[in-house]
Design a protein around this ligand. Structure first.
Ligand code: PHE
Length: 338
C-alpha cells in the first residue's frame, strides 16, 4: 500500500488531485485510517507490532504528501508570478497635462510689471452701453472715429465693447483720484479676419490720474513696461496719433533686440493724456450717481495695447487666428511649462 500511495502522491498533477489522494489514504475513512481502526479487533499481542507497522506507513505517506504539496505550491506560485509579471520597460501611459495659453502668459507678464508699479488690476463687462464705449470717451455719434471701430450691436441697443477704454469711465466713476489701474479683457470688432485681424482679441488698458500727472510720466511708464518685457536695453518710440479720448495722443512702439539677433520696432498700442471732456463725462456720471465731481482739474494718462501682437512675436505665431482655433497642434506646444 505504501508504494502505491507514494506513487500516486508523487504523480498528483495538481493540489486538488493531491488532496484526493490524501483523503483516499489518510482521510477520515481513508485506507490507512481504516487499518488503524481495525487494530482494536486484533488480539493484544499482535496489536503493538501491527500498530507500529501502520505508523511507519502513515509517516511515510505524510512525508510524501508534505513534499509533494510543497512542490505543487511553489509551481503554482511561479505560474502566478509569471502571469502577473510587470514589464517595466513598457512606455507609461501619457498623462495629458494642460498649459497656459500664450495670451494668458503675455497678460501675466504685463500685469506683473504693472503690479510691481502699484497698479490695481480690474476687469469689466464685454457687453457695454453706447455711452461708456463711445459718448463718455468723447466719441459722439457723428464722430468719424466711430467708423474706425466697426461695432457689433446687440438688439437691445447695447454693444460688444470695441476697446477696454470703457473701463477708464467705469473705474473713475467708482474710484477717487489719485489712481493707477490696468484692465484686461476681450474686445470685439466687426471686421473681416485675416492673419493680423480677428473679430475678437484682447487689450490691456492702463489709466493713471492725479494732480500734476504729465506726459513724462506716461513715457516713463511705457519705457518701464518695455524694459520689463524685453530687458534693460529696450527702447520706446512715440509718434503723434489721434484718439478722441486723449489729447495729445500717441502711438508707441518698442525697439527690442532678441537673442537671435533680430531687432525691430514693434507697434504696441495707443496712449495719451486724458481729454478734459472725458473727465467732464465722468463727473457727470458721478453727479448722477450722487458722488462728488472730483475729476475736473485733474490730469492723467491712458494707454491701451494688444497682447496678441506681443505673443505673435514672442512665440513666432504667424496668424492671429491660431490663438482661438483650439487646434491641438498649436496649443499643444504650450503644454506643461508655465
Ligand atoms: N482704445 C484705443 C484702441 O482701442 C487704444 C488707446 C487706449 C489709445 C488708451 C489711447 C489711450 O485703439
Amino acid at each position: 500500500m505504501q508504494q502505491e500511495a507514494i506513487q500516486e502522491i508523487t504523480q498528483a498533477p495538481t493540489l486538488e488531485a493531491l488532496q484526493q489522494v490524501k483523503t483516499k489514504y489518510v482521510g477520515k475513512s481513508g485506507l490507512v485510517t481504516k487499518e488503524l481502526g481495525a487494530l482494536g479487533k486484533l488480539p493484544p499481542e499482535e496489536r503493538r507490532a501491527r500498530g507500529a507497522e501502520i505508523n511507519v506507513v502513515r509517516q511515510a505517506i505524510d512525508a510524501a504528501l508534505q513534499e509533494r504539496e510543497g512542490i505543487l505550491k511553489r509551481a503554482a506560485l511561479d505560474e502566478k508570478l509569471a502571469s502577473e509579471a510587470i514589464d517595466v520597460t513598457l512606455p507609461g501611459l501619457p498623462l495629458p497635462a494642460g498649459g497656459l495659453h500664450p495670451i494668458t502668459r503675455v497678460y501675466d507678464d504685463l500685469i506683473g510689471i504693472y503690479q510691481r508699479m502699484g497698479y490695481e488690476v480690474v476687469e469689466g463687462p464685454e457687453v457695454e452701453g453706447e455711452h461708456h464705449n463711445f459718448e463718455a470717451l468723447n466719441i459722439p455719434w457723428y464722430h468719424p472715429a466711430r467708423d474706425l471701430q466697426d461695432t457689433f450691436w446687440l438688439e437691445d441697443g447695447r454693444l460688444l465693447r470695441t476697446h477696454t477704454s470703457n473701463m477708464q469711465i467705469r473705474y473713475m466713476v467708482e474710484h477717487d483720484p489719485p489712481l493707477k489701474m490696468v484692465s484686461r479683457g476681450k474686445v470685439y470688432r466687426y471686421e473681416a479676419t485675416d492673419a493680423t485681424h480677428e473679430s475678437m482679441f484682447h487689450q490691456l488698458e492702463g489709466l493713471v490720474v492725479g494732480e500734476g500727472i504729465s506726459m513724462a510720466d506716461l513715457k516713463g511708464t511705457i519705457a518701464e513696461m518695455a524694459r520689463g518685457l524685453y530687458g534693460p536695453t529696450a527702447q520706446v518710440r512715440f509718434q503723434p496719433s489721434y484718439y478722441p479720448f486723449v489729447e495729445p495722443g500717441a502711438d508707441f512702439a518698442v525697439y527690442w533686440n532678441n537673442p537671435r539677433g533680430e531687432s525691430k520696432w514693434l507697434e504696441l498700442g495707443g496712449c495719451g493724456m486724458v481729454h478734459p471732456n472725458v473727465f467732464r463725462a465722468v463727473d457727470d456720471l458721478r453727479e448722477a450717481a450722487g458722488r462728488d465731481r472730483i475729476y475736473e482739474g485733474m490730469t492723467g494718462f491712458a494707454f491701451g495695447l494688444g497682447p496678441e501682437r506681443i505673443a505673435m512675436l514672442k512665440y513666432k505665431i504667424p496668424d492671429i487666428r491660431y490663438f482661438y482655433a483650439n487646434d491641438p497642434r498649436v496649443i499643444g506646444q504650450f503644454r506643461g511649462e508655465l
